[in-house]
Design a protein around this ligand. Structure first.
Ligand SMILES: Nc1nc2c(ncn2[C@@H]2O[C@H](COP(=O)(O)OP(=O)(O)OP(=O)(O)O)[C@@H](O)[C@H]2O)c(=O)[nH]1
Ligand SMILES: [Mg+2]
Length: 379
């Protein structure tokens, strides 16, 4: 529903992809414009009827909303439409739950799910309180059950967090080990489906799962990559993709996985240049980077999928610069699929790695031979 939100997606393209990734088959799309959501139904009652008719006509078995709807709106809609109703946040959590493979990934998704549930319970709780005549009134039938559920959820949250903390400690020990060995860590980051895993596979000849799905990757994978030009290995990590309005609990829950990006010397920010929404996607990635505290890590922006660009939109120069958050970053055009431009990218990585080598051996960046190859900070 369009109420002037800057990220309103009229085509519902991304929601359709999310639905497909979760194993659903989108059969129809409907949008509407309102100044503010309706308290009871989110959409107006006329629109709700329109949705019901369309669903019946197309034989839909479920209705998805692109925006977050409240538990009360969800219940009212389900009653009226006589179909299960879900929102985008829930869909994303569902996909993460289906995809999580590693112990850590599963714990993180569980934590996000519990946090999502706990906010829903809290909201329902205040709703009940209002019904009973406001705060201060105690007792009532619904209260004990909700209080019990809430306590159970809270103690599960504490337990899950503790398990995650243990894993995090192991990770940071491994990371410190790598740092002691003078490793140069590079993290591939970017919007979901940008082609990070495809590029990872092309660069390290690995076989990470890459697919035309959102959130194909959930767990961080790290491999060594040898840069012949500078005669050293660097470590490259493939990470989980970002998406707009990532459910809040998820960013929090995935902090451990994303820590890899925070601690990297360099981020390869992979962008799907063939997606018309790429500027918006870059902005979303930057906002998650700020949230996890990785905004100051230098970036190379990798414009991927140039094979899918029309001839008149092909880059003139394969390496140039691009402004992100008022900072100039080096930009490299590639196609991870057809392997175009990978040598140019490797050259940039070699320059960055040798700049770090000089910095570590005591040469200050300003006086070193690679001064101009240093990357800007996105501080
Ligand atoms: N045309 C074209 N498609 C590409 C290119 N690189 C990747 N793709 C496709 O884009 C889709 C997503 O690729 P992935 O490598 O899984 O993307 P990702 O960024 O790792 O995605 P998540 O792990 O889901 O966040 C796949 O269908 C790839 O085949 C490219 O250079 N050109
Ligand atoms: Mg991936």
């Amino acid at each position: 529903m369009d109420f002037g939100h800057p990220h309103f997606d009229r085509t519902l393209e991304e929601l359709g992809l999310l639905a497909q990734t979760a194993g659903l088959d989108p059969v129809g799309r409907i949008t509407c414009k309102r100044r503010a959501p309706d308290a009871a139904l989110f959409v107006g009652s006329g629109k709700a009827q329109e949705i019901k008719d369309l669903a019946a006509q197309l034989g839909a078995g479920e209705v998805l909303f692109d925006q977050t709807i409240s538990p009360a709106q969800q219940r009212n809609l389900e009653r009226l439409l006589e179909l299960p109703v879900t929102d985008r946040t829930f869909l994303i959590l569902e996909i993460f739950a289906q995809r999580a493979k590693s112990h850590e990934g599963k714990l993180q998704v569980e934590l996000a799910r519990l946090q999502y549930l706990s906010t829903r319970l809290v909201r329902r709780w205040s709703h009940l309180e209002r019904q009973r005549g406001g705060i201060g009134t105690r007792g009532g039938p619904g209260e004990t059950q909700i209080e019990l559920d809430r306590r159970m959820i809270m103690s599960s949250i504490v337990r899950t967090k503790e398990q995650l903390r243990k894993l995090q400690r192991q990770r940071s020990t491994q990371r410190r080990q790598r740092e002691r060995n003078g490793a140069f860590n590079i993290s591939l980051i970017g919007y979901t489906n940008a082609g990070k895993s495809t590029l990872f596979n092309a660069l390290v000849k690995a076989r990470a799962y890459a697919a035309d799905q959102l959130f194909a990757t959930l767990d961080t994978t790290t491999r060594q990559m040898y840069l012949g030009d500078v005669g050293r290995s660097v470590s490259l990590s493939d990470t989980v993709g970002f998406i707009r309005d990532l459910p809040h609990g998820l960013v929090d829950a995935f902090k451990a996985t994303l820590q890899e990006a925070v601690d990297a010397y360099l981020l390869l920010h992979v962008v799907d240049a063939s997606n018309p929404n790429f500027p918006e996607q870059i902005a979303q990635v930057q906002s998650v980077l700020r949230e996890i505290g990785a905004q100051a890590v230098p970036q190379i922006v990798v414009f991927n999928k140039i094979d899918a660009l029309p001839v008149d939109a092909q880059p003139v120069r394969m390496v140039d610069s691009y402004e992100i958050d008022s900072q100039q970053c080096q930009r490299v055009f590639i196609s991870a699929r057809s392997l175009t431009g990978l040598q140019g990218l490797r050259d940039c990585l070699s320059q960055a790695a040798s700049a770090q080598g000089s910095a570590q051996s005591g040469i200050t960046p300003e006086s070193g031979p690679d001064a101009e190859t240093l990357l800007p900070l996105n501080a």
